[in-house]
Design a protein around this ligand. Structure first.
Ligand SMILES: [Zn+2]
Length: 55
């Protein structure tokens, strides 16, 4: 499974801030929000530009 397109971001479950893997790695190996320290992090994918047929 390759994911060459689209960047994976992480969103804090508390403050809702979004950060990328590099920011997350600062606190590695602990997965924590770099802003508030909350430990519930959601993985979110940036919307990849896709052609969508409208009608
Ligand atoms: Zn946070």
């Amino acid at each position: 499974m390759t994911s060459s397109t689209g960047q994976v971001l992480y969103r804090c479950g508390k403050c809702g801030r979004v950060f990328d893997l590099m920011q997350l790695r600062i606190l590695a190996p602990r997965v924590r929000c770099p802003h508030c320290g909350y430990r519930v992090i959601y993985k979110v994918r940036t919307p990849v530009l896709k052609k969508v047929k409208a009608i």
